[in-house]
Design a protein around this ligand. Structure first.
Ligand SMILES: [Ca+2]
Ligand SMILES: [Ca+2]
Ligand SMILES: [Zn+2]
Length: 475
């Protein structure tokens, strides 16, 4: 039934009878029946990953401490990765052991999938609810290749996802409000110099609206300006849905979504009891820092997301005036904005008759080649994209803190906040984590706006694992 040298056959030699049957299924009978299948060549090595973690998060910290991740007995996924030029022609098998207990996991797919690095491949295995009892298990994998057997192992703690460590027993509703007025903003020019002047007093204008005006996005009549505010809010909403792995347009959730319900001021809140609502304010001036740093946002850290948080109080939320200061404070930002700032002789969006096209709901997908004002439309699209993305990224970062990120220390009691290791791109304090890519839980310090031009930020694999309830933080 199973050909000699088949990974399943090798595997079952030290597994129980029930494991044999499962391993055969997971290894794929179609492959075993095909006599022409030869062992894959060029498989350098294999390694075991859990919940999308990259290889450098499956090893050890700089001081040698092993990374012992905790996964829920309610079910999780792991991957066997093969570093190889071509996809391996055979399937790997996974064997799980705790003392004398042994279990085999079923492969979810019957073919290797290319990893984004294009140099490796993976197979996904699923541990079903209660397939493994709680405690530490050793996971072993092997794959036959022309150069010999490739083996890998990893240890994981299987734990019960009890209410006190589950960040989302239920969907967590968040109300984002764009209407607070705690401060004032003015952009002024003196000759070639453009500066931002802020006051820490309410002035009758929502701080978010003043932010858009300061960036040259409110130069039309009341109808135009209101329409731009709506388009901008819609962009922020889409980004947040995307960050939370939901349907971008509707926020509909699937099994892999992060269970945050994004609500904006003006939405119907009748479904959500006020006591359950967490709040985030978008707009305003950052509180001054002793080190002179410009904060983009601030939130309360709520380990394990135990309660509703109010990040709309003065001193908390997303400080949008900092975005205006950052944009105008940089030569590239100022060069782009000069055309839009009336004080610098520019024309803000809405002030020219041709700007009516900017309200076209299909502007992003519109063919612009025949548009006489193509450059201005492109500047508008670029600015809307970057500013809405920056606002949404900071909002998601701050919401992330109030969902429990980042737990300091090593897993399974932490999520690597402040721990030195090979995964660190730039060292962060103990409540932040900077892994490869533009990820949402790195600090503003290591936040590179240029990265946003090319890449959409995301919750890194550690944060995503926690937020998707697949990596647990134990007490
Ligand atoms: Ca104001
Ligand atoms: Ca919370
Ligand atoms: Zn932070």
């Amino acid at each position: 039934m199973v050909g000699c040298g088949d990974p399943a056959a090798t595997l079952v030699a030290d597994a129980s009878e029930t494991a044999i049957a499962r391993a055969d299924v997971s290894a794929g009978d179609d492959l075993a029946e095909d006599a022409t299948v030869v062992p894959p060549s060029g498989v350098e090595r294999i390694w075991i990953g859990v919940e999308r973690l990259p290889e450098n998060l499956m090893g050890a910290a700089t001081d040698g401490s092993p990374l012992l991740w905790a996964v829920p007995r309610q079910g999780f996924e792991l991957q066997i990765h093969a570093v190889a030029v071509d996809p391996p022609s055979r399937l790997a098998a996974v064997h799980v052991q705790q003392g004398s207990q042994a279990v085999s996991l079923a492969a979810e797919s019957q073919a290797w999938t290319a990893n984004p690095d294009k140099k490796s491949w993976h197979l996904t295995f699923v541990a079903m609810a209660d397939q493994l009892t709680t405690g530490q298990w050793q996971f072993s994998a092997q794959l036959e290749s022309a150069q010999g057997t490739r083996k890998a192992s990893a240890n994981l703690v299987v734990a019960d996802r009890t209410a006190d460590i589950d960040p989302f027993e239920a969907v967590d509703p968040w109300l984002l409000s764009f209407n607070r007025d705690l401060a004032g903003l003015q952009v002024v020019a003196q000759g070639e110099d453009v500066t931002v002047i802020t006051t820490a007093q309410p002035n009758g204008k929502p701080d978010f609206d003043e932010t858009l005006a300061g960036l040259g996005l409110q130069g039309g009549d009341a109808v135009f300006n209101q329409a731009i505010r709506q388009i901008f809010r819609q962009r922020v909403r889409r980004w947040l849905h995307t960050f939370f792995v939901q349907d971008p347009a509707t926020g509909a959730m699937g099994p892999g979504s992060i269970r945050v319900k994004v609500l904006f001021d003006g939405d119907d809140l009748s479904e959500w009891p006020p006591a359950q609502l967490s709040k985030m304010a978008i707009g305003g001036l950052a509180p001054p820092q002793p080190n002179g740093k410009q904060l983009f946002g601030l939130a309360k850290i709520d380990p394990w997301n135990a309660k509703a948080n109010d990040d709309s109080l003065p001193g908390y939320g997303v400080f949008t005036f900092s975005f205006v200061k950052a944009a105008i404070g940089q030569p590239i930002g100022l060069a782009l904005l000069r055309d839009l700032l009336p004080i610098a002789g520019g024309k803000p969006f809405g002030s020219l008759p041709e700007d009516a096209v900017l309200l076209d709901p299909n502007l992003e997908s519109k063919q612009l080649d025949n548009e006489p004002h193509k450059a201005r439309i492109q500047l508008f699209l670029l600015e809307m994209r970057l500013v809405s993305l920056a606002v949404a990224a900071v909002a998601a970062h701050e919401i992330g803190h109030s969902l429990g990120l980042i737990h300091p220390g090593l897993p399974p009691q932490g999520l690597l906040g402040g721990v030195p290791g090979p995964w660190v791109v730039k060292t962060q304090d103990e409540h932040h984590l900077d892994t490869a890519g533009p990820n949402l839980m790195q600090t503003g310090d290591s936040f590179d706006p240029a990265e946003l031009l090319a890449n959409t930020p995301f919750f890194g694999p550690v944060e995503s694992g926690y937020l998707r309830r697949r990596l647990l933080v134990l007490k």
